[in-house]
Design a protein around this ligand. Structure first.
Ligand code: ZN
Length: 347
């Protein structure tokens, strides 16, 4: 049995785990990222997470808790999923909105150096089966998640897929012939910045009317507040008050919609509509077999979100590309770790 270590680097947490070739996770660890500490300190924390997973993995192999021999070089690599514009071939974070001040950071080199360092925080690395040359592969976190879904999630059995993650922002990934498509300068797959309304809401990228400006978490909340200010009755007003912005979350809006609240249902129907419009363009350009939609907001589910997405998509899309399936992501909270680990397996 072969394993790789998946690291999901986020603005809040570093999540790590040992992932088998079959996509099962063991030996998990979560460390706070401490984003202000700077890239070298964060690389050291990533190295700490790797060492911790390796110590646990060694024990699990020895006790037979996981399959494989502890003496074999059965850990084939480390995969690192990081947010932002990542240059996969060189292991560089070109720019990341989650990490202020990071420009062209050679993060893979920093992690390699931190792993080789004898000043390890744990002081145990000599006992580990880790070779200094253990390869580290990095890619954009959503590209990694898309790979995870391809190999172990909703994309199993498909060759051409697209993925959308609906969170604070709207991320995207494109897989063509089972390979992540990076584009000519590593920026392919920014599906959240597909324009769905020419003079629409302003997006964080500076453009107007991007999908993210409608389907990102903050934007769903703002759209809800705007609708509440028009005086429509809603159970959300009774409990939160229009002014108390922090109380309102996409989850709360989804719960209100599930309880039959008209305003909240409209918000999700419209969100689905915008996603359907974006998918129409994506299907016409790429003709994928399947679109996989994940992230917290996708948890609103079939009736609230996926049915309106499909209705809008089918209405607008030409006959043949309209055969694209639209489904919820399967890996849930594990998508980041499994996807990152697949970066190493794929290589
Ligand atoms: Zn945008």
């Amino acid at each position: 049995m072969k394993y790789s270590i998946g690291i999901d680097l986020g603005g809040t947490d570093i999540k790590a785990g040992l992932v088998s070739a079959t996509g099962d996770i063991s030996c998990r660890l979560v460390l706070p990222t401490l984003v202000d500490a700077g890239p070298k300190a964060i690389a050291a924390r990533i190295a700490k997470a790797v060492r911790h997973v390796l110590v646990q993995a060694e024990q699990a192999l020895m006790t037979g808790a996981i399959a494989g021999s502890p003496n074999d070089t059965n850990i084939i690599g480390i995969g690192l999923g990081a947010p932002g514009l990542i240059i996969a071939e060189t292991g560089i974070v070109h720019f990341s909105p989650n990490f202020p001040g990071w420009f062209d950071i050679p993060l893979v080199d920093y992690v390699t150096t931190a792993l080789a360092s004898r000043d390890s925080e744990e002081g145990r690395h000599k006992a580990l089966p880790l070779h200094p040359e253990i390869p580290i592969f990095m890619d954009n976190d959503v590209n990694a998640m898309t790979l995870g879904e391809l190999h172990h999630g909703a994309g199993v059995g498909y060759r051409n897929i697209v993925a959308l993650t609906l969170g604070t922002g709207v991320g995207g990934g494109v897989v063509i012939d089972r390979q992540v498509y990076h584009g000519s300068r590593n920026t392919a797959g920014e599906l959240g910045h597909t324009v769905v309304a020419p003079n629409g809401r302003y997006c964080g990228c500076g453009n107007q009317g991007c999908l993210e400006a409608y389907a990102g978490a903050k934007n769903i909340v703002e759209r809800t507040q705007q609708k509440m200010e028009t005086g429509l009755t809603t159970i959300l007003a009774a409990e939160s008050g229009v002014k108390e912005k922090s109380v309102l979350t996409p989850r709360r809006i989804a719960e209100a919609a599930q309880a039959g609240d008209r305003l909240a249902m409209e918000i999700f129907a419209e969100t689905g509509q915008y996603i359907g419009i974006a998918l129409t363009s994506i299907a016409h350009i790429l003709n994928p077999q399947i679109a996989i939609i994940g992230g917290g907001i996708a948890a609103a589910g079939e009736k609230l979100l996926f049915e309106p997405i499909r209705a809008e998509f089918v209405k607008r899309t030409m006959d043949i590309p309209a055969h694209m399936e639209i489904v919820q992501a399967a890996l849930g909270n594990d998508a980041g770790i499994v996807g990152a680990a697949m970066l190493a397996f794929r290589s």
